[in-house]
Design a protein around this ligand. Structure first.
Ligand code: NHR
Ligand code: GAR
Length: 240
């Protein structure tokens, strides 16, 4: 038991639909924590309105006011640390973070990336998947390190690519899965089932040899190649 609910700080740059899924899961008691602040590098991010509506503190930190990335990231860290977060969540945050920032939060900083990492790090993933002729695409949640989209992988959902897909239809199919996967992984972390030790991801004390796979259409999860019915992982008891 914690004296107070654990604190989560979410960084966004845009629409904030993943933020919304996280806010919903904290309000429903699925995630036993509160989002204590939402911070954006973009004043017009719709996610700031979502946070405001949910009664969560919001901050806009203006990159233009800082001459270097290091200074901007320092201001960001100072803003975040006032909230003593157990976890810092990147949810559509579009600025690369300095090594200083990443080291400061190592092991409690996660990102959701719209591809099956290590395939397609970086931006415009949906378009690149189509151009590459892939028949499968998906989403990955990972711990963040100083290398872009190359931190230790936690979990994925795979989705099919359809012959008539464009980047938008594909993005929608992936986003729907992001909204399932991210709250689940955050719940694991807050429940202290998910940890980073050295560079190894542990779930319930078991080292992951490959990212956990969540089925796109059921609550089945596959851990190190073994599938489980997910009483333990998904049909979690909701907090009263
Ligand atoms: N920072 C570090 N150190 N490591 C990661 O893995 C990070 C990160 C910061 C953000 C999210 C990431 C993604 O999921 C993320 C992961 C921004 C860019 C980028 O090129 C790339 C990947 C991600 C986020 N940003 C440009 C920049 O110069 C700006 C692009 C823009 O503003 O449109 O920061 O994909
Ligand atoms: C999501 O698809 C997320 O995976 C992606 O941006 C979208 C944000 O949507 N993130 C990146 O591409 C990070 N570079 P949201 O603002 O509605 O959550």
């Amino acid at each position: 038991m914690r004296a107070r609910p654990a604190s989560i700080v979410v960084l966004i740059s845009g629409s904030g639909s993943n933020l919304q899924a996280i806010l919903d899961a904290t309000h429903d008691g699925v995630i036993d924590a509160q989002v204590s602040a939402v911070i954006s590098n973009n004043q017009d991010a719709f996610g700031l309105q979502r946070a405001h509506r949910a009664g969560v503190d919001t901050h806009f930190i203006d990159p233009q006011r800082y001459t270097t990335r290091a200074e901007f990231d320092l201001a960001l860290m100072q803003c975040i640390d006032r909230y003593h977060p157990a976890l810092v969540v990147l949810a559509g945050y579009l600025r690369i973070l300095s090594k200083e920032f990443v080291d400061h939060y190592y092991g409690r900083l996660v990102n959701i990336h719209p591809s099956l990492l290590p395939k397609f790090p970086g931006l415009k993933t949906h378009q690149r998947v189509l151009e590459n002729g892939d028949t499968e695409h998906g989403v990955t949640v990972h711990f963040v390190n100083a290398e872009l989209d190359a931190g230790p992988l936690i979990a994925q959902v795979r989705v099919p690519v359809h012959a008539d897909d464009d980047a938008l239809s594909l993005a929608e199919r992936v986003l729907e899965q992001e909204h399932r996967l991210y709250p689940l992984v955050i719940k694991w972390f807050i429940d202290r089932r998910l940890k980073l030790r050295e560079n190894t991801v542990l779930l319930d004390g078991v080292a992951l040899r490959s990212p956990v796979q969540l089925a796109p259409d059921s609550s089945k999860v596959t851990i190190n190649g073994t599938s489980e019915t997910t009483d333990r992982t998904i049909n979690h008891d909701k907090a009263e």
